[in-house]
Design a protein around this ligand. Sequence first.
Ligand code: 3HC
Length: 303
Amino acid sequence: KRPAGAPDKALARKVTKVGVIGAGLMARQFALLFVRRLQVPVVITDLDQGATDAGVAAIHKEIHDLLEKGRISPDESNRLTALVTGTTNKADFADCDWVIEAIYEELEAKQNVFAEVEKFISPEAVLATNTSSLSVEQIGAKLEHPERVVGFHFFNPVAVMPLIEVVKTPHTNDETLSTAMVTAASLRKNAVITKDTPGFVVNRILAKVLGEAMHAVDTGTPFEVVEESTRPFGLPMTPFELLELVGLKVGAHVLDTHHKAFPDRFFESTNLHRLAELGHIFERDSKGKAKGIDKAALKIVKG
Ligand code: 3HC
């Protein structure tokens, strides 16, 4: 069945090489998914050689872990490892027909990196962004071909979460949209087409839940009480666990974007920004299992 609003599959372009801009938490996860599911070369870049090499090494390690767990054969492990390479030269993206960015959430940085890559790629190549809540149309605003821009929003952990939000701007053409839908299906994800509005669909709803949880803390309910009160809902994670999973800086940015767009409906949280500086909420044991809210985090929210 064709998903709501999806154009004809026949319009989709074949993806034969993938470029990934950014080698952080999300980029590493979806680079692995692209190489596993599409079995095509994936070239990854970050601000400098060190960050790029670290990203490639982390993906190679994930491939090795899949081999150790018996999920892939030695042959496949070797093939996938060879397909993932790093570069700091955007000219190496020239023959990519799908380029996706997951750099930090700053509009101008995303606009500039797309404009830089556009100089090298063919006019038909797709430029996809994994932005959490910035306007996809604005990210493509400096391009000669904004019709090739689409949002392609993954959820953490990428290997497990079944959804991709495909974000259509007023300029996105049917070929781009169709390529995004077919690519999502090749990645074995369910794709929905969403409007280019702050937070799209999922983060708009999450921002409500996470924002209310932080606001309760900000207005004096003890941190531990909010944490305990949200545990029995049957959700896989409490709001604070989810904030830590997506990254506290990303979470704070999502809340800020919503507050800016809809000030009467969403809160911004000074405490969340302070926690983002600390870098974590939970104390963890040597295996990474959460042991309750960290003392330093408790101190921060008490002021
Ligand atoms: N990477 C890869 N795989 C992972 C993983 C990770 N970080 N974490 C868990 N998994 C896999 C495990 O390997 C396991 O796979 P298997 O069954 O094939 O062995 C499976 O997930 C289940 O793992 P566990 O049994 O260890 O753990 P849980 O059952 O507790 O599930 C969870 C872990 C899937 C992370 C679950 O807690 C969950 O669904 N949490 C909510 C996640 C969520 O809502 N994410 C959306 C965040 S919003 C976002 O990302 C958007 C951004 O823009 C802000």
